[in-house]
Ligand binder design. Structure first.
Ligand code: ZN
Length: 108
């Protein structure tokens, strides 16, 4: 078991887990419910964590997560409708399905 990724926003950690699943890598989410309400930044000890089960899959998993984090043209964004924080890779709000609002309120 190896911790390969952690982030204060559960949606991003879930997205990473989903990418790993597509790549056939078994992973496990921890602290899934430990963080604060959506939009709050929890202490780092309470951040959702993504663990890879098999040691030999760690390198591949790290590469996938790294690719996911590669800077894109647009920053992460906050939904205009529901105020949810969305990663730049999302075209619509994960929470309400609202349209991307890159120019409105960049997440800080
Ligand atoms: Zn929304």
């Amino acid at each position: 078991m190896r911790l390969i990724y952690t982030h204060p926003n559960l949606a991003i950690v879930v997205q990473a887990a989903s990418l790993l699943r597509h790549a056939g890598i078994d992973s496990e989410l921890r602290n899934e419910y430990a963080s604060g309400a959506i939009g709050e930044i929890a202490p780092i000890s309470a951040w959702p964590e993504l663990w890879v089960l098999r040691e030999r899959a760690v390198d591949q998993a790290l590469k996938i997560v790294e690719t996911m984090q590669r800077p894109v043209d647009c920053p992460d964004w906050r939904c205009r409708k529901c105020e949810s924080y969305n990663p730049a890779t999302f075209d619509t709000c994960w929470h309400c399905g609202g349209e991307v609002s890159h120019n409105a309120t960049p997440f800080e």
